[in-house]
Design a protein around this ligand. Structure first.
Ligand code: AMP
Length: 397
């Protein structure tokens, strides 16, 4: 079965075509700068990478050139579009409505629309991608895979905020959590890789990238996660503050005369590594600045580590011990320096770094010593493949 995965952002559309027989990628690429000058298609297949300017102005026009490439006589990977049996879509926010991936119909589209206030930047674009596919691939089922769904197994002690419950009941103000597709994928993979029983395993999944979140999973159910109503909560990130005293918001509004939108931009786009270092949101830059003695980059790094270790300690207790802690995402998969610092900080829990194994990058590997109390593991994530797997599962019934 061939499954197309679509990840539609406000000005971009990413696609990957999988052959589910062996889970291989047949082709992938993206259309970027949609609705702006310089719209461009990048298409990769058969060891080739093609970049072409596109003369389009909307997402629904982006699919025709992609289809033309996929069926092209030289760089194409399918003869006919009817070979695609299903399309999986990444949808950011499923609210309380969606606890599982689901086949799209009118009611599902209305549900995604209902979640617009919760994901104002992403959900409209995600729905746009679904509607574009309905238009361009008539008769092929679309499946919505929500970033929040995996976390819907959390209990109220973890997901409620300690404010009057009327806001939870009226607007769904609660913790949702994000990166759910990634956390679910790496949980499943780490159980297979280490031979753990997935119905019992206790795992702390550290998805560390531009956006970062931790997820405590027990027996495939989420016990807690660091992101909240939106992806702003939790760890110190590339440009997001993570956890903050909510009073900072009203304080800034009053003292700096800032509007809600300005505070939102400050906390989401100008904070985190970027805000504290004053120089970069990128971990590679933070590491090199720190190595060169930059004080602000050093404090940004130390804050990241401090909060991460604080959460891991808490999750260790909530899970009643752990079988594995895994690292994924751009930082988790590549930054051996960060992994070494985290594992060193976890020494009181009885884990030690295998420095040689930790040198590896971007592959599944145990990086703790054999005599450690639990395993520390690098586990590359693959959200597109997870979306394709969920999509195939749903359409095969
Ligand atoms: P992602 O959002 O998952 O693509 O991750 C992006 C983050 O991964 C950025 O902060 C990058 O600096 C970081 N990253 C990627 N490669 C490396 C590396 N080799 N060393 C340190 N950080 C890295």
């Amino acid at each position: 079965m061939k499954v197309l995965v679509i990840n539609c952002g406000s000005s971009s559309l990413k696609f990957t075509l999988f052959d589910m027989a062996d889970k291989s990628v047949l082709c992938k690429g993206l259309v970027e700068r949609i609705g702006m000058d310089g719209t461009k298609l990048t298409y990769q297949a058969k060891g080739q990478k093609i970049e072409e300017p596109l003369n389009i102005s909307a997402h629904n026009e982006a699919l025709a050139p992609i289809c033309a490439k996929m069926t092209d006589a030289t760089v194409g990977v399918i003869k006919d579009l009817s070979e695609i049996k299903a399309i999986g879509h990444r949808v950011l926010h499923g609210g309380m409505e969606f606890t599982q991936p689901i086949k799209v119909d009118e009611a599902v589209k209305a549900g995604i629309r209902k979640c617009f206030p919760l994901g104002p930047l992403h959900n409209p674009a995600n729905l746009g991608g679904i509607e574009a596919c309905e238009e361009n691939f008539p008769g092929i089922p679309n499946v919505a895979v929500f970033d929040t769904a995996f976390h819907m197994t959390m209990g109220p002690e973890a997901y409620l905020y300690a404010i009057p419950q009327e806001y939870y009941k009226k607007h769904g103000v609660r913790k949702y959590g994000f990166h759910g597709t990634s956390h679910k994928y790496v949980y499943g993979r780490v159980c297979e890789f280490l031979g753990l029983d997935a119905s019992k395993a206790r795992v702390i999944s550290c998805h560390l990238g531009n956006g970062s979140s931790l997820c405590a999973v027990k027996g495939g159910k989420v016990v807690d996660t660091t992101m909240g109503l939106t992806p702003l909560a939790g760890l110190v990130m590339g440009t997001r503050s993570g956890d903050i005293d909510a009073a900072v918001v009203t304080f800034l509004q009053q003292q700096e005369n800032m509007t809600p939108a300005q505070v939102d931009t400050l906390l989401n786009k100008k904070s985190g590594f970027l805000g504290v270092s004053g120089k970069s949101s990128d971990m590679r830059d933070i590491c090199s600045l720190r190595a060169a003695g930059d004080k602000d980059a050093t404090i940004a790094y130390d804050m990241f580590l401090h909060r991460l270790v604080h959460y891991i300690g808490g999750y260790y207790l909530l899970l009643g011990g752990v079988d594995a802690i895994l690292f994924t995402g751009g930082i988790g998969e590549n930054s051996y320096e960060t992994r070494a610092d985290i594992v060193a900080a976890l020494a009181p829990l009885g884990v030690k770094l295998d420095a040689e194994a930790n040198k590896s990058r971007g592959q599944e590997v145990v990086i703790s010593t054999a005599d450690s109390a639990f395993k520390a593991v690098v586990m590359p994530t693959n959200e597109e493949l997870m979306i394709a797997m969920e999509t195939a599962r749903i359409v095969e019934g």
